[in-house]
Design a protein around this ligand. Structure first.
Ligand code: HEM
Length: 826
């Protein structure tokens, strides 16, 4: 009844183009969001990730695991756990478990079929199967719920806890713990939880014993393990790395057993129900299975099979639209926001009414009709539908971690890679993920403790660059006079671009030419073990967008300083006017452009700074000088330097970002102001990227360089030995270029620009400098045939399409707030 009321209210709202209504639940107002329109801004906002108060009912069981945790704890857990869902070996092991348990379920269904005149409730069979799957996939132990022969304390406790939670969520008077704990049902919950916690603790401890024994015998190489690796093993590895404690692991294992069991059971149950209601659809699904498996009914299902189940994919989606296993989720607004024209205040309890959103007739015409074709890739409606109109797994960065897609990559990301950190790029709806979303999914590389020192400097440079950009963006293009009157003394939001604190502005590449320095750091940081390459590639990186010798040399010189700083050369050496001579080898004997050489000789060492001509302008020579002036005069303190760079005025963010790369590399991450660092947008993303730069840089060797075969930019490795003749040839070219007029030098269509192909080994299609996006060549189509293939081994192993589970094998599922929604409301 109550649930019908919610559905009716949603439909009324949608018909009036409103999308939001409020219900008073005794004394609490609860806002229901029921329109896909406007949901994106809320659900994608990284500040709006806190669950509503009712999730507290789950805490006696799940403590503060992934589902219920908040803020930094949630963020760090999500980062730690996500890789387990992309680990090929684990996924293959899960496939074995799915196949084994699915066979048992099929046999049990067969037994039912031998009694045709009896009515069978399929739910207990399905639920037992999903329980066996999730427990085995999570812990490696099978509770044998499907065998159903003997009394099983754990299985009974799992069934009972869901009943208790459901009942409590429907009975607000039982919510206060001091009442609930004194009721018979509260005491029963305690007993049931003792069984559940006892079970999870026991399996963790048993697994830990074997895990430790294997660590001792095999080192850390998990491939040598003779056991079937499961989710718990990846958590134990994190415990080994001191990122999780035993209690942390237990709350996550409990969360997964809860999350992964009941909602998957509900999804499969609803699916079977709908198949019974729509025999024509069932026949088509059957035909698709026959086309894949032929007569071989015994063969295990593979990931490749799942890729071919296109019709089944549509049917599952449509059944989750009509009967979403999680119909409502709850959040608490962390700041005011506007949704469908209504301002919703901070602190409001919100229910995202997934079921209501799925029935919006403006998006799903005739919504009560079960029509799998709505999800066919060829369907126009499917293509034009808002990504937030169908959200059975929620959306944004706090979506379901267990969600699996039949792989679909964004058309712009159709390459294969052996770099796991490049994999999680797109949403299920094909939208490209932002860094703050990606940061929860990236996996750290296997760095050793010995790498911490270098990492401190690499990370310092990357975050230093971001801090400079952030602090400077606030007042970008304000003149010096303005900054004299209103000097920047802190990291702030708003300002020129109306940014939030910690956000970076990604502007178009302008005509100024200092952008090449602003984005330089990753190049020399990557080549930190190979200074000569660091310098060469720093120069090349500038040329990608700026065809000017000064840019090339500014980047070479600054790249050399960064690489020297990362390798802990003292600041005095970096600022010494014979730095070039001291490191001449790094520059392969190629002299610097006179304007850059002047700076390398110390032109920036002017106490009076601005008054003596130091300018934070867009011209690369000015920018380089200004950044070095800030570094020279900062008295060893990043804060002094970055503020000095910003307060020069004009291109404040660029000057400060250039400064930040070098100062951060020199002083190290640990010397940066902690409260500032905390505010950096997608800080964890940058941190993880820094680790990969450190790791990949360590692994890189000039001998094994394989450059990506990208049709429109072909990069060739620099010659192993820079022979004198090639140097002379290049120098001549440089000089010839330098003698051209500035306009000609910068004109991408000019001959001089194209000659850089010979000079640098970099072939470009003369893309205009103002275009910062790498264009797709016109002859490239989007689709699976477009692949920028890395020739390194095992590249295919990381291709998500080869790894992802299809929804048909969503082995398990959770229940969550549905107590406060589905069960509460029905
Ligand atoms: C049909 C299957 C499933 C559906 C419909 C589903 C749906 C959802 C939804 C709607 C959420 C968001 C909950 C919220 O915001 O409160 C969620 C979160 C979550 N799901 Fe699933 N899920 C499914 C399967 C699974 C499986 C198999 C697992 C684990 C193996 C899993 C683990 C989780 C976890 C840990 C979260 C919390 C994520 C976080 O807050 O970061 N789910 N799921």
């Amino acid at each position: 009844m109550f649930y019908d009321l919610l559905r009716r209210l949603s439909t009324e709202c949608q018909n009036q183009d409103k999308g939001v209504y409020c219900l008073w639940y005794t004394v609490w107002p609860i806002i229901f969001l029921c329109s896909a329109k406007g949901l994106e801004t809320f659900i994608n906002n990284s500040k709006q990730l806190v669950k509503s108060f009712d999730y507290i009912l789950l805490e006696p069981w799940l403590k503060t695991g992934l589902l219920t945790s908040k803020n930094e704890k949630w963020r760090s857990r999500r980062r730690i756990i996500t890789p387990s869902f992309h680990d090929t070996q684990l996924l293959n092991n899960y496939m074995i478990i799915f196949n084994e348990q699915a066979c048992i379920l099929a046999r049990r269904f067969d037994d039912c079929a031998t009694q045709p005149n009896k009515t069978h409730d399929l739910y207990p069979y399905i639920s037992a199967c999903t329980l066996d799957i999730i427990v085995e996939a999570a812990t490696g132990t099978n509770p044998k719920a499907q065998s159903g022969d003997e009394k099983n304390e754990f299985v009974e406790a799992t069934v009972r806890i869901t009943e208790i939670l459901s009942l409590r969520s429907r009975s607000p008077w039982m919510w206060p713990p001091f009442i609930f704990d004194r009721l018979p049902i509260g005491r029963e919950q305690k007993k049931v939880l003792k069984v559940l916690h006892g079970f999870s603790r026991k399996v963790i401890e048993e697994r830990l014993t074997t895990f430790n024994a294997e660590q001792v015998t095999n080192g850390d190489d998990k491939k040598k393990s003779t056991r079937r690796l499961v989710f718990l093993d990846s958590l134990l590895t994190q415990m080994h790395a001191e990122k999780l404690s035993l209690d942390d692991i237990q709350e996550e294992v409990d969360t997964f057993m809860f999350e992964g069991h009941d909602t998957t059971a509900a999804a499969l149950n609803f699916f079977c129900y709908l198949m019974g209601c729509y025999p024509d659809v069932q026949a088509k699904v059957h035909a698709e299975m026959d086309s894949i498996f032929g007569d071989d009914r015994e063969r295990p299902c593979t990931m490749d099979d799942i890729q071919q189940m296109t019709y089944l994919d549509c049917v599952i989606k449509e059944s989750m639209r009509i009967l979403p296993p999680v119909p409502i989720i709850g959040r608490e607004a962390q700041e005011d926001f506007v949704y469908c024209g209504q301002t919703i205040r901070k602190g409001t309890h919100l229910n995202i009414f997934i079921h209501g959103i799925h029935f919006d007739a403006n998006i799903f015409p005739n919504p009560n009709k079960f029509d799998p074709e709505r999800f066919a890739e060829s369907s126009l409606i499917s293509k034009e539908r808002s990504p937030f109109a169908f959200i059975p797994f929620s959306a944004g960065s706090r979506n379901c971690i267990g969600m699996a897609e039949r792989s679909k990559k964004h058309p712009a990301c159709q390459y294969q890679t052996d770099k796991p950190w490049l994999d999680p790029q797109t949403h299920q709806n094909n939208g490209i993920k932002r860094p703050d979303e990606l940061e929860n999914e990236m996996k750290d590389p296997p760095l050793d403790e010995a790498d911490n020192d270098i990492l401190n400097h690499i990370h310092g440079s990357m975050i230093g660059m971001a801090l400079g950009d952030i602090i400077g963006a606030h007042v970008e293009f304000r003149p010096r006079e303005y900054l004299l009157q209103y000097p920047v003394t802190e990291l702030k939001g708003g300002g020129t671009w109306g940014l939030k604190e910690g956000q970076v502005n990604c502007s178009e590449e302008g005509t100024a030419g200092n952008g090449a320095l602003m984005r330089l750091a990753p190049v020399p940081l990557f080549f930190h073990r190979h200074p000569k390459y660091a310098v060469q590639y720093s120069g090349l990186s500038g040329l990608i967008t700026h065809g000017d010798t000064k840019v090339y040399d500014a980047c070479r010189y600054y790249g050399a300083l960064i690489v020297a700083a990362v390798n802990k050369e003292p600041k005095e050496k970096l600022l010494h006017n014979n730095f070039y001579e001291e490191h001449e080898q790094w520059f392969a004997g190629k002299s610097l452009h006179p304007d850059i050489e002047r700076i390398a000789r110390g032109s920036y060492q002017k106490k009076e700074g601005y008054d003596k001509g130091i300018r934070g302008k867009g011209y690369i020579v000015d920018a380089l000088e200004a950044a070095l002036w800030a570094f020279w005069s900062d008295e060893g303190d990043f804060q002094n330097g970055v503020l000095a760079a910003v307060n020069l005025g004009d291109d404040t963010d660029t000057t400060a970002a250039i400064y930040g790369q070098l100062a951060g590399a020199c002083y190290g991450y640990e010397k940066l102001r902690k409260d500032w660092v905390e505010q950096v947008y997608a800080k964890n993303f940058i941190e993880c990227l820094s680790k990969w730069i450190a790791y990949e840089g360590k692994e890189w060797s000039s001998k094994q360089t394989v450059m990506p075969n990208i049709p429109y930019v072909t990069i060739q490795p620099p010659p192993e030995d820079d022979s004198a003749s090639s140097l002379v040839q290049k120098k001549n070219l440089l000089e010839r270029r330098a003698s051209k007029s500035p306009t000609e030098q910068l004109n991408p269509q000019s001959n001089s620009f194209s000659k850089f192909e010979q000079l640098t080994g970099l072939n470009t299609n003369h893309r205009p400098r103002t275009n910062t996006v790498i264009d797709r060549p016109s002859n490239l189509k989007s689709g699976s045939e477009v692949q920028f293939v890395s020739t390194r081994p095992k590249s295919a192993e990381y291709h998500p399409s080869k790894q992802m589970m299809g929804q048909v094998f969503i082995s398990n599922r959770f229940f969550s707030v549905i107590f406060v929604s589905k069960h509460l409301l029905t």
